[in-house]
Design a protein around this ligand. Sequence first.
Ligand SMILES: Cc1cc2nc3c(=O)[nH]c(=O)nc-3n(C[C@H](O)[C@H](O)[C@H](O)COP(=O)(O)OP(=O)(O)OC[C@H]3O[C@@H](n4cnc5c(N)ncnc54)[C@H](O)[C@@H]3O)c2cc1C
Length: 447
Amino acid sequence: MSSPQKTVAIIGGGPVGLAAAAHALGRDLRPVVLEAGDKAGQAVRQWSHVRMFSPWSHNVDKAAEALLREEGWNSPEPDRYPTGGELVAQYLEPLAARTKLSQHVQTNARVVSVGRAGFDKVQTAGRENAPFEIRYQNGKGTSTLHADAVVNASGTWDWPNPAGANGLAAIGEAANAKRIAYGAPDVLGAQRARYANRIVAVVGAGHSAVGTILDLAQLEKEEPATQIIWVLRGDTPDKSFGGGANDQVTARGELGKVFAQLVQGGGVRVETAFRLTHITTIGDKLRLGAGSACCGRYLETDELIVATGFRPDLSFLREVRTALDSALECPPILAPLIDPNLHSCGTVRPHGARELSQPEPGFYFAGMKSYGRAPTFLMMTGYEQVRSIVADIAGDKAAAERVELVLPETGVCRRPVTGTAEREGCCGGPAPARVGASARTILHGQS
Ligand SMILES: Cc1cc2nc3c(=O)[nH]c(=O)nc-3n(C[C@H](O)[C@H](O)[C@H](O)COP(=O)(O)OP(=O)(O)OC[C@H]3O[C@@H](n4cnc5c(N)ncnc54)[C@H](O)[C@@H]3O)c2cc1C
């Protein structure tokens, strides 16, 4: 007698969650994707104006592609670099809505807690045999799903880091929320009216900050009263310029060069070593303070854009036994490989079920979420993660251990910078393969 079909709950219908579901279907498992947004790819939709640094050939999962091909999918040009919006329109949307996956994706379904049916976190004996109980909210209230395994691919987009320099919100940050945006607002498109001919401060030093400042510089050309202030916590902007011609990543080097020219040419007012602690209003301006509310350094602006990276929401996992690195909030084995204290844009060995499983049997982190606070995730790495995780859930341990991701020797980031208005992520060159394996993966930084 064949064993009953296992149900796999997948939290998040982003690129990696949908890929996990495609792999699960391929192994005759029953995936249920719970997506908080009203459509799949909700997080990517928020940065739809950003051109990706990885080409189509690196953005499509193989199991997902097989499902799409059954429906007569016209695959995009592999060497082209899509925007986030094109990734949604030409890949995520058809995958979620027009393939066999469509019956397995529930939208408007925000997971609010996960536990084991009949067991609280403290009880041990027999818990591995109890199904997971996943509570999620939809328009009708709270619903429950029971599952044999859980893949948490819920990303980090909804949880941006605050403006405050010490990781705490600046005092007054919440009170002034109307004039503060997080992540990568579309300053040249949908948000243009908000930023045109205004003083705009951008806090952050990663690639989202750099991309936003380059976009604002373009806006300033078109709307000359726009003024840009770059607020840096560090003492020098040099790190954001990349390695120029010596950068191991061509695209990052080119972007860094363009950005360095802008900053060194005086196109942006730079405030280094500005450790933001207070946000108040003075007249019709926002007053950003470093030090204390009354004294110390301050500057005045109309708008503030906070591009200081993201952090994972772990609140709904309170009843799951997890083990996470105390600094990065990622599975501990990944931490030394992706630690931004050690790498700006380094390498990470291929990894899968073994590294992403948790003390709670049957529970796995995947995708952007699996990197915790590290700003260095790559979609392609996520596809390999879920291929391995799903094999593990299906009981195919050999496939779970195998590494199938192969990246070109040149790395994945070769997109030339074609204009200052285009945003860029960053990624490194090839990494040493896991001992005994021939494949390799890389990581990038796009906080
Ligand atoms: C500006 C920008 C540019 C990037 N460019 C690239 C690039 O060029 N190449 C690349 O490889 N990577 C890029 N990345 C990284 C990229 O975000 C990831 O590769 C990819 O989106 C990760 O997919 P994911 O499925 O893990 O997470 P996400 O895309 O974040 O998807 C997570 C999903 O989970 C949902 N969710 C969240 N909480 C819950 C909950 N409680 N219950 C149910 N659903 C929930 C969200 O709504 C979302 O749809 C970029 C990131 C940013 C911010």
